[in-house]
Design a binder for this molecule. Structure first.
Ligand code: PLP
Length: 310
């Protein structure tokens, strides 16, 4: 694949080639990040947890008081239609991200009540960005840049105001170019990454922070669901860098990566430095659940992905 295929997208009530979409520079989503978004995905062309993604999108929209002027049911149907309309392009890319964005619309400062900008698009899952990390594990860096305080901006909202995440990524990159930041909150507790949640395993117990300082990841909930099915003990609790450094295993999770092993944090080796057994068990269970080997798919399609998506 030499670029992103020109999929057909839903933009403000019409189906159009993605390449023809024009975002007005006076759209509040563009100039003050007054926008809500969500990213789901397909496995073998079938949507996964689409209802949960749409429900989370609508919770965020409700909180920030943007009216998408579409019901949840309509949004669901249009999203599924987007997958169907692009199915003929899927063989080259493997699977899609289903990317939703809703902005408050084209309006000046303190002007409200205009039509929202609504986009639903399929873009290839960027396998090349993740594939290199499954065999030997990803590295975490805990940057000095803090996560949002839930008192200023509730992290449960999935919005585009992500400058602290961008800064955290730069900071982590300075320390270890291959690393993924996991941010602390103002009390020094670990929260989440810049687009992923995380878990550790200590003495066989799966542990993750509670959801008052992080995005309610759909994958996070799916991991908890899997842990229950597999009888893996699970705990939501405050975690500090101490817990991460002394854990037996760690992994990141989000929609594209599913479960991604972590083998170093702040340059310290986690466990025995290899993807751990609970992590591997969850990854295998995930593959069974979605009907394809997620690591194999990552590695096969990564080789073809170049330039902009990698
Ligand atoms: N945390 C943040 C800040 C995110 O932006 C995301 C996803 O983009 C996640 C966690 C993981 O969420 P999900 O599992 O729904 O992809």
């Amino acid at each position: 694949m030499t670029g992103i295929p020109d999929t057909v997208a839903y933009f403000n009530g019409e189906w159009v080639p993605r390449s023809t979409i024009k975002i007005d520079p006076l759209d509040r989503g563009f100039y003050v990040a007054d926008a809500i978004y969500d990213i789901g995905r397909t496995f073998n062309g079938k949507s996964f947890k689409m209802r949960e993604h749409i429900e989370r999108l609508y919770r965020s929209l409700k909180f920030v008081r943007i009216d998408p002027r579409l019901s949840e049911e309509e949004k669901f149907d249009i999203s599924e239609e987007c997958i169907r309309r692009n199915e003929h392009l899927r063989k080259d890319v493997g699977d899609w991200h289903i990317w939703q964005a809703v902005t408050r619309g084209v309006a000046g400062f303190r002007v409200y009540g205009v039509p929202p900008t609504v986009l639903i698009q399929c873009v290839p899952v960027p396998f090349a960005s993740y594939a290199p990390y499954y065999q030997n594990g990803a590295h975490i860096v805990v940057p000095r840049t803090r996560s949002y305080s839930s008192q200023s901006l509730d992290p449960k909202i999935k919005h585009y105001s992500r400058m602290n995440f961008n800064l955290a990524e730069l900071e982590a990159h300075d320390i270890d170019p291959e690393s993924w930041p996991v941010l602390t909150d103002e009390n020094g507790n670990l929260t989440e990454g810049t687009g992923y949640n995380f878990f550790i395993v200590t003495d066989g117990v799966l542990r993750t922070p509670g959801d008052n300082t992080l995005l309610q990841g759909i994958t996070r909930m799916a991991v908890i669901e899997l842990a229950e099915r597999l009888n893996i003990p699970f705990s939501e609790e405050d975690l500090q860098p101490y817990d991460l450094y002394t854990a037996d295993e760690a992994f990141l999770c989000n929609t594209p990566i599913c479960v991604l092993p972590v083998t170093k944090a702040d340059k310290r080796v986690i466990g025995d430095g290899k993807p751990g057994p609970v992590t591997q068990q969850l990854l295998a269970a995930w593959s069974d659940w979605v009907g394809l080997d997620v690591v194999d798919q990552m590695e096969r399609y990564a080789a073809d992905q170049t330039t902009i998506m990698s």
